[in-house]
Design a protein around this ligand. Sequence first.
Ligand SMILES: Nc1ncnc2c1ncn2[C@@H]1O[C@H](COP(=O)(O)OP(=O)(O)OP(=O)(O)O)[C@@H](O)[C@H]1O
Ligand SMILES: [Mg+2]
Length: 265
Amino acid sequence: MLSIVGIRKTFNPGSVNERLALAGLSLHLQAGDVVTVIGGNGAGKSTLLNMVAGVHPVDEGRIIIENQAVEHLPEHIRASYIGRVFQDPMMGTAASMTIEENLAMAVRRGSTRKLRRGIRSKDRQYFCEQLELLGLGLEDRLTTRVGLLSGGQRQALTLLMATLVPPKLLLLDEHTAALDPSTAQKVLELTEKMIKKHKLTTLMVTHNMEDALRIGNRTIMMHEGRIIFDLKGEQRKNTRIPDLLEMFKKASGRSMANDRMLLAN
Ligand SMILES: Nc1ncnc2c1ncn2[C@@H]1O[C@H](COP(=O)(O)OP(=O)(O)OP(=O)(O)O)[C@@H](O)[C@H]1O
Ligand SMILES: [Mg+2]
């Protein structure tokens, strides 16, 4: 479904700010795989997702989604089959537009034919049904500007928009990290619901190791632009958080003790 083959990325090459973000990383996902991605700060997790989404061009390597090479396609073309939710609740929705306008935009994803059509009552009914599933009362606020919503409400809406037309691939980058614990919990439950409902192939970056082991069917850990381990099946089932810490230490030669992961709620 998704094949990433030997991707490399160096930011600011040749300058004092040169940073190797991805060091020839390869990863293959089957359709329906839900892979959690963990690793220390600067490991390259966000860069990996950004490269798949087309935010940055690759220096080297290939990205293949359902047999189509996408590494040279611009971000807006890839957006028609990739759903994304970022860490920052301010991204992913348009603040000055209403909830229904944002949802109408999401429905049009990948379809130019519907571009000029206005919002019809049938659309509104569908939006209401979908918003009800979030359980946040947003179905009564279709004409509220998104800029007036709370971070959690906005993140839930972004998630709905990212999955309203089921994408081939869902990319989540610490999408609950900026929310208070109970809202984060709720958005995470919604995420799992959406993934199950649409059987979405997903890459989810998290700094919460409990979530990393609980959600999905596979966990990869990154360090210095590489995958240092890849857990699935029985091995993953038998792995506990202290095991992860130990594996990280062995593979990277340093302890994760000061890392944000350990401070995760
Ligand atoms: N746009 C950019 N310009 C320059 N350097 C960048 C850029 N994006 C990432 N980097 C660098 O690339 C490396 C990998 O960063 P990345 O953001 O992918 O890490 P991460 O694993 O997501 O970390 P975090 O857990 O802090 O989010 C870091 O050294 C970072 O400073
Ligand atoms: Mg990141």
